[in-house]
Design a protein around this ligand. Structure first.
Ligand code: AHG
Ligand code: MN
Ligand code: MN
Ligand code: MN
Length: 323
């Protein structure tokens, strides 16, 4: 299919489906449900100061974080839209301790991992946030279907609620970006076949953690500062990774002596975004192995994560391996 700008997401999804004559259309329906739910999230974020969606709900989630109203609203809108399709077996979300098995999903062929609102500490101060999704084939009758390596993802993507609302996703044949036209209410193909630059000049590390890092990480950051790299760090992984995809460079959330396994969650942050960066020609690693080869052991497990341009990541891995 010639990928021409201007095609809308629903048509793009269906044309992609036609490439697989045996496709049942289930995956397409799941992607379209996610698309519809994220339009609702986007519309509420765009008027957040005017409708009652800001602030906290007064509950601590399984991550030990204070839940923002929009964390919970985004989670509920996504799960409700998905559950209505009857097309998936179970969903894991940052905001739900256990996997959720929808009523009509007993024969569902897929499982879905969600970060309903990434960067939610930023939403009250009008800084970009996002939604992340990751889809696998169901391989069991319980939540062990979620413990598959990231390489087995059938699809992964995100929506960034930034200066514009963009949906970026891949089903394993490259990465395409769609911009929401609020006037029409459709995501329109605006960034066909996204390729990450081989090398960038931007590093996205939370330098306030410098003292807590291993010597290898410190050495790498010292080297790139010497080389005149710019620091850009939004503290919404979605925004930092989206910028890295388009401009190149490296995003990192290392382990440190406080966060022994890092902060970023494997199933619904590191794996989907690592899949996209890899599909766009970059590299994603936990510092020792490719992140997409890591066998998950638990639903909310955390991991050190480094991802970005091929040459930047190769330099990072060789510097930190030597140290
Ligand atoms: P979430 O809002 O989904 O809990 O994720 C927040 C994550 C990620 O988006 C971001 O890169 C990281 O937290 C920022 O952590 P620090 O504020 O510790 O740098
Ligand atoms: Mn959170
Ligand atoms: Mn997140
Ligand atoms: Mn989140």
């Amino acid at each position: 299919m010639k990928i021409e700008k201007g095609i809308d997401l629903s048509r793009f999804i269906l044309e992609e489906e036609r490439k697989y004559p045996k496709a049942s259309g289930t995956l397409s329906r799941i992607l379209i449900s996610i698309e519809n739910a994220t339009k609702i999230i986007s519309s509420h974020i765009r008027k957040a100061g005017l409708v009652d969606v800001l602030g906290k709900v007064g509950r601590i989630n399984v991550q030990g974080e204070e839940v923002q109203k929009l964390d919970e609203l985004a989670n509920n809108w996504l799960v409700e839209h998905l559950a209505s399709t009857g097309d998936f077996f179970a969903v894991v979300s940052e905001e739900m301790e256990k996997a959720f098995f929808p009523e009509g999903g007993k024969d569902g062929k897929y499982v879905i991992c969600l970060d309903p609102l990434d960067g939610s500490s930023n939403v009250d101060v009008n800084i970009s946030v996002g939604t992340i999704f990751s889809i696998y084939k169901r391989i069991s009758d319980d939540d062990t279907s979620f413990l598959q390596e990231g390489r087995k993802q059938v699809a992964a993507g995100y929506v960034i609620y930034g200066s514009s609302t963009m949906l970026v996703y891949s089903t394993g044949n490259g990465v395409n970006g769609f911009t929401l036209d609020p006037g029409v209410g459709s995501f329109i193909l605006s960034h066909p076949n996204i390729r990450i630059p081989e090398k960038g000049k931007i590093y996205a590390f939370n330098e306030s953690n410098y003292k807590r890092w291993s010597d290898g990480i410190k050495k790498y950051v010292d080297i790139v500062k010497e080389k005149g790299y710019t620091l850009r760090y939004v503290a919404s992984m979605i925004a930092d990774v989206h910028r890295t995809l388009l401009k190149g460079g490296i995003f990192a959330y290392p382990a440190d002596n406080v966060n022994k396994n890092g902060k970023i969650r494997l199933l619904y942050e590191a794996n989907p975004l690592g899949f996209l960066v890899t599909q766009a020609g970059g590299i994603a690693s936990n510092g020792n192995s490719n992140i997409l080869d890591v066998k998950p052991e638990s639903l909310h497990q955390r991991t050190p994560i480094f991802m970005g341009s091929k040459m930047d990541m190769e330099e990072f891995l060789s510097v930190t391996k030597e140290s």
